[in-house]
Structure formats: structure tokens, C-alpha cells
Design a binder for this molecule. Structure first.
Ligand code: BGC
Length: 754
């Protein structure tokens, strides 16, 4: 009898009775051979897309393996036709007919591209973020998938790392909120609906703390940083019901994460109570042999299962070794059963036992053909993600008096770069370029001139290959660009990176502008001072001359399919910028890792009256503050903060405090503001950050409008893991600070009593 029929008779989805569900899973496990159980713990790559090195020469017939019941999940298999074919084999040809999971990296959209995750996080708009992920899930499930390898929630503070583009920045609170919104977007209210899919919290743990930001490197991280900075987003994702967790390529305290019982069993499964399953990152089990941590694949399989690793992505080490380990008595079968139980539970929650073809519904394929609503949401998301870093001469929004706009820069004409890295199945060259956006949104009587100016990669870069920047010093386009600058009332200089300079495997030692861009920018500025820089990049760019000299700067990151339209609406003032940085922009590469929430030092300030006295925490050749701080972002209007009030100046552990502040739009445009609340624990048993984000609200204000914004603070907002590894708040004084970025804040003090 096939498991599908069994499920239909046993599970009453209307009553959703837990015991029936458990009985069904236990019954099924009872029927499985050891080899079939290990099959559930094995994921095969179908290689539609390449996201890692091939593990072995591939003459294996995957369909045969599926029929033998030796595969539980696949990755990188796309399209309902292909997933249906594979599913049919699993359901009809394997002995127990257990359906497959189909996973894929749905990082910022599937067909319709939304802003890259770091940009999306800069919107601080949790509704937009959840909606964007909802649409990504709608499209991905229409293409046969039921499992997203996202969101990435690694805290990232080192712009050399190519994967800063893929996360939500440097702050545990913001990353937690954004990650929970993304999990909800993927999974919805009911995981068994055909347009929802399982989400993955990754990479557990501390993958954002790679030494020197070198991909696949080791990490050095204290327990304090791990527990208080890295862990909170994973906790938030688990609280939001995330189905799976992916581990990491790195080691933690000298033990590869895949073999790390402390991380996987003690913290994740026990302390955080995670009930889903842990999937390895791509071939991390076999890589433990290369790490020289396991002496061979069998040893690696042993170490991984003991540490609670449930599913093997692509290395086929479980498939080839676990059975022998159990038969020899080295591994208890109940460990295998626990992993299988977790995997089958997800399949059940996805509704696959009711209908294994739920996600192979060809009639939903219209959802992959430029759906208007998906694009209008992508446009909204893009508009709220861009960050106006500077607008000194109010060059923006573009004034009516501007009759000729000179657009300079190869990236302005680029329909591919805005789609960003990790772009799933969007079509190459399908983004709206900045030039196209301007042509649509600028009044027809305004003349637009364009010159490419500089070159980055000559060939369009790709996801798997190193970007070739060898010709980026080419200056042959300078003359034309300078002519454009001379003839224009306003220059829009588009600069940054090729989109595949960031993403996995894209660490860099230099984070300034590559090639001839800066040289050309300086020449243009020498001719025409009315320059607006529009930045397109996946990592913060450290380039002090740019920030100090160019009067207006818009950080657009990669805004996805609708990028050019969003940028044009922002430049022309049809929309008012409202993004705020989710990570600091350093002045120099020498400052990284950098974040606003660094711990307090004993010598933070210069000695008063003696500026040359050196014995304090500083750099001799560079200011220690970032170029632009976390939370920074301007608007065409201005906001004034006043009247910070607390309803009481003392609370006990079981009470809460209300913080209120008046915020007024004092400019002449309607606009949105992200009101941010930070705290500082004045004295504590371990040294705490100088300030920590603990609340935010993104609100719309009409010109002249004033609102009172309130926040509530309770002990949990003040708590942290101390040296004893206990999460608690310590009695004492706290500062609460509120403002529009992490630096300009009004402050008040209160006391927490025991
Ligand atoms: C990445 C993961 C990704 C996996 C599957 C790995 O190289 O680190 O984040 O989900 O490949 O594509």
C-alpha cells in the first residue's frame, strides 16, 4: 500500500489531530527499511543550476535512486514538468511511495526580482518584505518547488564578504525582524497551501564571521558574540515556525559546524526547541575530510549524525556509510529515526502525503509570466529600499529648471545588473535600466544625454564564473562622457559594481570603486559640480572622495526587475526616499569589521584639551566613525524629534515602560520616517554594546504633520546572555534613545529594579 493512500485515510486535515499525524509518521517509519530511512536523509542535486562543485563524476541515474527509495529530496530541479516526473517515480515506483522535497535558493524572488536582501532590509518595512517573499513563494511553487533555501540571516559586518548582499545587515534585532517576516512570507499561515513553501534559516552558525571575510574560511567568535548577536535571528525564525535550518561550511570553536553537537543538538534542537530538520550546506559532510577533521567519509558520516545533522545535501556520504555504521552498532538507529521523523513531518505539513503533486500544478504556470501585481509590488519594494545618503545642494529631486540631464556610466544602461546575484530564474537582461526608467519618468521636454564612460566587465558576468575586470581601466569612453558632462545642467553618474562581484564566492580585499570609475568621476566633477551619484552595488563601498565631494548620493544597491522605474521615480520626486542603512558604510577598508553596536572600550574618547595625545581608542590616519552609520538615510523632507518622555523612571522585572516621542515632518514633502529606538545598559556583568536597536516604526507623515510615536520596553528588551550563558536582564540604570538614525538621538534614563 502506498503511503499516500495511508495518509488519506489516516489524516483528517479538518480536525488536524496531532495524534493521528504522529501515528501516521510512526507507522510509516515502522515500515521503512534502514536503507529507505537513510534515503530520506539524502538530497540529490539535479544540476539544473550549479550552486556548488560537483561532488563526484555524475554517471548516477537519479531516477533509479529515487525508485529505490534512496533519495528524500532534490535541489536545483526546476519546472513542474521535471518535478512531476521525479515525484511520479518517488510515489509510483518506490516501495513506500514517499514524496520528494524540491529545494532551491529563492533568495530575492523567483521570476520577478525584488531588491537584493540587503537592500530590502534597508526598507525597514516588514510588510513589504513579507509581501516580496510571499510573491517569491507564489512563483517558485508555480515552478514545482516546495522548499526555499532562504532566508540567510547571518549577521554581516565585513563588506569584503560577497554574501553581505544576501543578508539583512549588521544588527541582530533588525535581522531578526526581517528574517521572521521572510519566513512568514514563504510559509504563510498554512504550509499545505499550494502557494506556500518551507523556509530555511541559514547558515547556522556564525557564517557571517568568517575570518578576513574569506569565503569558506574558519570563524573566530566568542560565546558572548555568538549568543547575543548571531543567535537571536535564528531564535526569531524558529519562533516564526521556520521548517528547516541549514548549517555552514565553516567551523565553530575548531569543530566543523556539521559535526558540532553544541550548536546543533544543544543549542538548536534542545535550547531553542527546533522541531524541524537540519540540512547541511552543499557537501559539508564530505568536506570534513578535506578539513582533516574526519579521516574518511565514513568517519564524517558518523560525526555528522552524532552532532544532529539530519539531511545530507549532495555529498552522498550518508547514503554510502550510515547503514554500515548502524549495523556495526556505532550509531543507534533511533538517531536515524529522529532525523527521518523530522523530514517526514515537513512532508506531511506541506500536504505532500495528501497530494504529492500539489506543487506540480501546470495550471499555475501563468504566475511565471510577468504578473502585473508582482511587478507593482516589486516596484513598491524597490522604491522603499533605496537609501538617500546625501543631498547637500538639494540637487534632488531633479528641479524643473533642469533642461538637460547627462547620464554617465555603463551601469546606467544595464538591464542585467539590477537583477543582482542569486537571481533564481529571472531572465537575463530583464530588469528596467536606469536609462529606461528616466526616459519614462522625466518630462518629455527634458533632454537626456548618455555616455557609457567607463567599462567594468566586457562580457556580461555570470553566476558561476569569476567576473573579468581586466579591462576596467579602459579610458576610451572618457571623452564622450566629459562632453556630456559639459553640455548638461545635471549629471547623474551611475557607478558601483558588476552584480556578480557579490554573492557566494565573491570575497574581495578591496571594497572601493574598481577600474576607471573614480578617475572619470573626478574629471566629470571638475567640469560640472551638479553631480548626483547613483550607486549600484551589493556591498558597502568605501570611497571617501566620492562621499566627501559629490553633493547628492543615492545608494540603490540592486533593486530588482523594476529598478530603473524605482530610481527614476525617486530622482524625479514622484516618490520620496525612505530607506535607512541596515549596515554601516565604512570610510576605509581598514575599519572593518565595523558596526554601530560595538562594545564599550575603556578609552573611547581623546583626552580633553590635548588632541595629539595618542593613548585612546582611535586610528591615526582615519576617523574611527563610519562614513554613514547604521540607520542613516535622508528624505526630501526633514523630521524633527522632540519631547522624549517615559511614563515612569523605574520599572520592575514584571512591569513595562512606555516611551513616547513627538516626530514632526518639518519640510514641504510628504514622506516616510523610520523612528528608531536604542538602549544602553549603563553597568552590566559583561561589557555590552554602546547601544542596541530594540524597536522601530516606519510611518508616513504628510508635510507639516506631527505624530506621537510610542514604544513599550519590558525586561526581555533589556536582557542578554551573560558569562553564565543565562538570558536575563540585570537590575540597574538604562538609557533609552530615540531618533532617525543610530547617531542623532534624544535620550532619557530609567531604572530596572529586581
Ligand atoms: C550555499 C547555500 C545554498 C546551497 C544550495 C551553497 O553553496 O552556501 O546557501 O543554499 O549552496 O544552493
Amino acid at each position: 500500500m502506498s503511503a499516500i493512500k495511508a495518509a488519506n485515510t489516516i489524516i483528517d486535515s479538518s480536525s488536524g489531530e496531532e495524534t493521528n499525524t504522529q501515528d501516521f509518521i510512526e507507522d510509516l517509519i515502522g515500515k521503512m527499511t534502514l536503507s529507505e530511512k537513510i534515503g530520506q536523509m539524502t538530497q540529490y542535486d539535479a544540476s539544473w543550476d550549479v550552486t556548488g562543485p560537483p561532488v563526484q563524476k555524475d554517471d548516477i541515474d537519479r531516477y533509479e535512486k529515487i525508485a529505490e527509495g534512496r533519495v528524500g529530496a532534490m535541489l536545483n530541479i526546476l519546472g513542474t514538468e521535471a518535478t512531476r516526473e521525479a515525484q511520479k517515480i518517488a510515489v509510483e515506483n518506490s516501495r513506500l511511495g514517499i514524496p520528494l522535497l524540491f529545494g532551491y535558493d529563492v533568495v530575492h524572488g523567483y521570476k520577478t526580482m525584488f531588491p537584493i536582501p540587503i537592500a530590502d532590509a534597508c526598507s525597514w518595512d516588514l510588510t513589504h518584505i513579507e509581501n516580496a517573499t510571499r510573491i517569491a513563494a507564489t512563483e517558485a511553487t508555480a515552478a514545482g518547488l516546495n522548499w526555499a533555501f532562504a532566508p540567510m540571516m547571518d549577521i554581516s559586518r565585513d563588506a569584503r564578504w560577497g554574501r553581505v548582499m544576501e543578508g539583512a545587515g549588521e544588527d541582530p534585532y533588525l535581522v531578526s525582524k526581517v528574517s521572521a517576516a521572510r519566513v512568514k512570507g514563504f510559509q504563510g499561515e498554512d504550509l499545505s497551501k499550494p502557494d506556500t513553501m518551507a523556509a530555511t534559516a541559514k547558515h547556522f552558525a556564525a557564517y557571517g564571521f568568517l575570518n578576513a571575510a574569506l569565503e569558506y574560511n574558519t570563524t573566530e567568535i566568542s560565546d558572548n558574540t555568538f549568543l547575543n548577536q548571531v543567535l537571536p535571528p535564528f531564535k526569531a525564525a524558529i519562533d516564526a515556525g521556520v521548517s528547516t535550518v541549514m548549517n555552514a561550511f565553516s567551523d565553530f570553536n575548531g569543530i566543523p559546524v556539521t559535526a558540532n553537537s553544541y550548536l546543533q543538538r544543544d543549542i538548536l534542537k534542545k535550547e531553542l526547541g527546533f522541531k524541524g530538520f537540519i540540512i547541511t550546506d552543499y557537501s559539508t559532510i564530505s568536506e570534513m575530510v578535506v578539513h582533516q577533521y574526519a579521516k574518511d567519509n565514513k568517519d564524517a558520516a558518523y560525526k555528522a549524525i552524532i552532532a544532529g545533522t539530519d539531511m545530507d545535501m549532495e555529498s552522498r556520504v550518508y547514503e554510502n556509510n550510515l547503514e554500515a555504521l548502524v549495523n556495526e552498532g556505532a550509531v543507534e538507529e533511533k538517531m536515524i529515526d529522529d532525523a527521518v521523523r523530522r523530514i517526514l513531518t515537513l512532508k506531511l505539513n506541506l500536504g505532500l502525503f495528501d497530494d504529492p503533486y500539489r506543487y506540480c500544478d501546470e495550471s499555475r504556470s501563468y504566475l511565471l509570466d510577468h504578473v502585473e501585481d508582482h511587478h507593482s509590488k516589486a516596484l513598491e519594494a524597490a522604491k522603499s529600499s533605496a537609501v538617500l545618503l546625501k543631498n547637500d545642494k538639494n540637487l534632488l529631486p531633479i528641479r524643473k529648471s533642469v533642461k538637460t540631464i547627462g547620464v554617465i556610466g555603463k551601469l546606467a544602461d544595464d538591464k542585467d545588473a539590477p537583477l543582482g546575484s542569486w537571481r533564481a530564474r529571472t531572465e537575463a537582461q530583464s530588469g528596467v535600466s536606469i536609462l529606461e526608467g528616466l526616459q519614462k519618468h522625466v518630462p518629455s521636454e527634458t533632454e537626456i544625454l548618455f555616455a557609457k564612460g567607463y567599462t567594468l566587465s566586457v562580457e556580461p558576468p555570470t553566476f558561476t564564473q569569476e567576473v573579468d575586470l581586466s579591462q576596467s581601466d579602459d579610458e576610451s569612453g572618457f571623452t564622450e562622457a566629459l562632453e556630456v558632462a559639459e553640455r548638461s545642467d545635471l549629471v547623474l553618474f551611475v557607478l558601483g559594481e558588476e552584480c556578480f562581484q557579490t554573492g557566494e564566492g565573491r570575497s574581495q580585499t578591496f571594497i572601493g570603486l574598481k577600474g576607471a570609475q573614480l578617475k572619470l568621476l573626478k574629471k566629470v566633477y571638475a567640469i560640472n559640480k551638479n553631480v548626483v551619484a547613483i550607486m549600484m552595488n551589493g556591498r558597502p563601498i568605501a570611497e571617501p572622495w566620492l562621499y566627501e565631494n559629490i553633493p547628492s548620493i543615492l545608494e540603490s544597491w540592486y533593486l530588482g526587475s523594476q529598478s530603473g522605474n524605482a530610481i527614476a521615480e525617486l530622482l524625479t520626486g514622484k516618490c520620496n526616499p525612505s530607506g535607512k542603512l541596515a549596515l554601516s558604510i565604512p570610510r576605509s577598508i581598514g575599519q572593518i569589521p565595523i558596526s554601530y553596536n560595538h562594545t564599550r572600550t575603556g578609552r573611547p574618547d581623546p583626552i580633553p584639551g590635548d588632541p595629539n595625545f595618542v593613548f585612546w581608542s582611535h586610528y591615526s590616519d582615519c576617523d574611527k566613525t563610519p562614513q554613514y552609520a547604521f540607520g542613516h538615510g535622508l528624505s526630501y523632507t526633514t523630521f524633527e524629534y522632540s519631547n522624549l518622555k517615559l511614563n515612569t523612571d523605574t520599572i520592575s522585572m514584571d512591569e513595562s515602560l512606555t516611551v513616547s516621542i513627538e516626530v514632526e515632518n518639518t519640510g514641504s514633502y510628504d514622506g516616510e520616517e523610520v523612528v528608531q529606538l536604542y538602549i544602553n545598559d549603563l553597568y552590566s556583568s559583561t561589557i555590552r554594546p554602546v547601544k542596541e536597536l530594540k524597536g522601530f516604526e516606519k510611518l508616513h507623515f504628510k508635510a507639516g504633520e506631527k505624530k506621537t510615536v510610542t514604544f513599550t520596553i519590558g525586561w526581555k528588551d533589556l536582557a542578554f546572555y551573560g558569562a553564565d550563558r543565562i538570558f536575563k536582564a540585570e537590575p540597574g540604570e538604562f538609557d533609552v534613545m530615540v531618533g532617525g538614525n543610530s547617531e542623532d538621538l534624544l535620550s532619557a534614563r530609567f531604572e530596572l529594579t529586581a
